[in-house]
Design a protein around this ligand. Structure first.
Ligand code: AMP
Ligand code: MN
Ligand code: MN
Length: 325
């Protein structure tokens, strides 16, 4: 059962100290959502810590206020309220972040993943929303909370990155009206898009070259997949965020319904990113077969390796999920 914005607003009003977290391997919606809510609560005079298990990725360091994102301290924080944002299941906050938040008395869970089971004391899960950032925009404006420039810019980037620059089908009239309002409030569109999309390190393009050399089709041309081994990762000196969004290149292939990115992680686990272009193929559903989750058209898995075995299993499951015609 979803808590109303009013109920969540009462939690903000009744408490003084908050830890705000988001998922491991944070993307623009994760960090952007933490900053958006964090700076609004700070402007209300609250005590706020912004914790992410993996810290701030370099590609989001341009966001104003992002220096406040910290990796978890070793001792639990003395905070009243823990807030999880954009995180489908509690363990995806990371063990260190969970330990840091372990003294909190109240848990708030705000998210847009349809696989989110509602692990908070207060939950607001809106799987119709294209980004957690858009839920926060609605929450902050409905409650008439402060809207400093850190909040404004972070919400823009959160929604832009989760919608593939306002392109995916989850983008609605409400999303564009929100974007228009953010621009009215002062977002510098050219500058912020340039910092988000036209500012990649050279090694990311080298990764693209390496990935292209592994590109294959399956399912009679309807599945495209590529892989990143640990050897590629170390030889190019990559960072986790360097592969963010590259899957869109193979998702865009004509005739491809499902795109898959396989990443070998240190320790032998495999991370899978899955994108579907056809609503009849529910990526979240396929990923849940392997303990993963996400959205209908964008989902992921963390599973046991070795890489070749994980690939074979996931590709077979995707082929089974393809519609007959
Ligand atoms: P990614 O491919 O990492 O960009 O993830 C696509 C979407 O699926 C994001 O919204 C993720 O939060 C979600 N997701 C990725 N991996 C998992 C997982 N192991 N469990 C649940 N949700 C996931
Ligand atoms: Mn996310
Ligand atoms: Mn998201």
């Amino acid at each position: 059962m979803n808590s109303s914005f009013q109920e969540i607003g009462e939690i903000f009003a009744r408490h003084e100290s908050f830890v705000i977290m988001s998922h491991i391997r944070p993307d623009g919606d994760a960090i952007g959502s933490q900053l958006a809510l964090g700076f609004s609560l700070l402007a209300m005079g609250k005590k706020v810590r912004l914790i992410n298990e993996d810290g701030l990725p370099d590609n989001l360091a341009f966001l104003p206020g992002s220096e406040r994102i910290e990796t978890p301290p070793s001792e639990p924080l003395e905070v009243e309220v823990a807030i999880a944002l954009d995180t489908a299941v509690k363990p995806r906050l990371g063990a260190g972040a969970l330990h840091a938040a372990s003294r909190a008395k109240v848990w708030v869970n705000i998210d847009h993943h349809k696989s989110n089971p509602g692990y908070g004391d207060f939950n607001h899960i809106d799987s119709g929303s294209p980004a957690t950032g858009q839920i926060l925009y609605k929450l902050l404006t409905a409650l008439d909370m402060p809207f400093p420039e850190e909040t404004r810019d972070s919400i823009y980037v959160a929604v832009s990155t989760d919608t593939g620059s306002f392109q995916y089908p989850s983008t609605t009239e409400e999303t564009y009206l929100m974007a228009a309002d953010l621009i009215r409030r002062g977002v510098d569109v050219g500058r912020i898009n340039s910092l988000t999309y036209d500012n990649h390190p050279f090694r990311r393009v080298e990764l693209m070259r390496a990935l292209l050399n592994t590109l294959e089709l399956a399912g009679g041309g309807r599945v495209a997949h590529w892989e990143m081994t640990q050897a590629t990762y170390t030889s190019l000196g990559l960072k986790p965020e360097d592969s963010e969004g590259l899957i869109d290149i193979i998702r865009a292939i004509e005739g491809v319904t499902v795109a898959l990115f396989f990443e070998e992680l240190p320790g032998g686990k495999v991370r899978v990113s899955m994108r579907s272009k056809d609503p009849r193929v529910d990526a979240c559903h396929v990923c849940m077969e392997f303990g993963g989750g996400g959205h209908a058209l964008a989902a992921g898995i963390r599973m046991d390796g070795p890489l070749a075995e994980a690939k074979a299993k996931v590709i077979a499951a995707v082929e089974r999920a393809l519609p007959l015609s």
